[in-house]
Design a protein around this ligand. Structure first.
Ligand code: SAM
Length: 240
């Protein structure tokens, strides 16, 4: 686990270097939210939004999207860069949110609680997430059941602190929710990310990919076909 994840300054530097790449990447979480909930939800809140790519996508699809991150500098930059996106940008610490109870239909984060070693921080985030969520809370975490992915992150983490994260199994997610003491009606785990994402790229194993222009229409439907040991992230959907 990287010792710098808790410092906003660390993220300012990370985003200076990596923001454009993240903005170019497919908005997988946004598409997941849209595919899962469709028109049954209107407002979304993204915590630890970073590049805010997924909230930008959701706003472009007609949702009332709010993107929140404790990194004021990146939030300021993105709100200036995307003034007409429809996204409300908000600089907050996810452990203490300024929003009202049940203010958003869906509250999600992707790669946020993987940044915390200390269960007290994870619990604080989950409690705030569930407090401000009206219908659904969605947690996207790196899949601890994928040994190959863990090994790859361990290797990359030697030179890049961004890869020194905490992995979660499905049992770990349930334990974290229990520890936080949050309440929900139902919890479902979905497979998110994996080899099918190769269809988003211009080439697959060096061969031009003729499907990359239409990848968003089918990639999500391929994720469930993988065994859990090959899945990149766990999408945990709690119905409030
Ligand atoms: C790995 S990045 C998430 C990337 C984002 N989902 C995306 O796709 O661009 C983690 C983000 O969490 C933010 N973060 C870390 N600790 C936070 C906290 N306590 N409150 C709010 N945001 C936090 C960081 O600033 C960073 O942007």
């Amino acid at each position: 686990m990287s010792e710098n994840f808790g410092e906003a300054g660390f993220w300012v530097d990370q985003w200076k270097e990596k923001l454009e790449g993240y903005l170019r990447a497919p908005a997988r979480a946004g598409r997941f939210i849209e595919g899962r909930f469709g028109k049954s939800v209107e407002s979304t809140l993204e915590l630890g939004a970073g590049s805010c790519r997924d909230s930008l996508y959701l706003a472009s699809r007609g949702y009332r999207a709010t993107a929140s991150d404790f990194n004021q500098q990146t939030i300021d930059y993105l709100s200036t860069r995307f003034p007409s996106s429809g996204v409300s940008f908000s600089a907050d610490d996810s452990r203490k949110l300024p929003f009202g109870d049940g203010q958003f239909d869906v509250v999600f984060h992707n790669g946020l609680i993987v940044c915390f070693d200390d269960d007290a921080d994870v619990s604080a985030i989950l409690r705030e997430q569930f407090r401000v969520a009206k219908k659904y809370a969605v947690l996207l975490v790196h899949n601890g059941e994928n040994a190959k992915l863990r090994a790859e992150f361990a290797r990359l983490g030697a030179s890049d602190p961004l890869y020194r994260i905490r992995f979660y199994t499905r049992a770990d997610v349930e334990r974290s929710l229990q520890l936080a003491g949050v309440r929900y009606r139902r919890l479902a785990f979905h497979k998110f990310g994996g080899v099918a994402d190769a269809f988003y790229g211009p080439r697959i194993k060096g061969i031009p990919n003729p499907l990359n222009g239409v990848a968003e229409s089918f990639v999500n439907s391929l994720y469930p076909l993988q065994p859990w040991s090959r899945v990149e992230r766990i999408a945990a959907v709690a119905e409030i």
